[in-house]
Write a protein that binds this ligand. Sequence first.
Ligand SMILES: [Zn+2]
Length: 193
Amino acid sequence: MTSLSPFIRALSESDDITFVLGADRRIVQFNEAWSRFALANGGGAGLQRWEGGGAPIDEAIPEVLRAFYVDAFARSLASGERWEHEYECSSAETYRRYRMVTYPVDGRFLVVVHSLVAELPHERAECAPTGAYAADGIIVLCSHCRRVRNPAGLRRWDWVPAYVRSPPENVSHGLCEPCYEFYWGTLPEDDDG
Ligand SMILES: [Zn+2]
């Protein structure tokens, strides 16, 4: 891992959330900022497994976004070119946007750095949690912007900070239409609202 050495000290002291993936996407190194981020976002159990032996990063990516990131990581590693992507990771109280940059090293490692680029109060209308959100007993949360699907309206997703603060048990993760388009460049073909 000698070609990685120059990175290790820098990443360990950085406030940027950083991890290093092997070619098989297992986490071979991560910094303190990543530990704090993962714990604050409910990733405590997963983090212990990564410390133990390096689980693939795939498991930390919401399923509906996994192919997007896995493909981008693979392209960056194979081409030797860095890849940049901005994404939202808001809390109930604060809108936050991060920039992710991947740095391929020798076709063997990918250093993935996440920097905070915006942290603002939400401007969204806040909705209260009600039983109306649980169509068929399931509450659908957007994996990216964390809005909640409103079964009453076609393509309507509401901002319900209470569900972000404390996710309900009966939650399933999807993608709202604007986030789908953001990731895939097109709207979902079949939308049952
Ligand atoms: Zn969304």
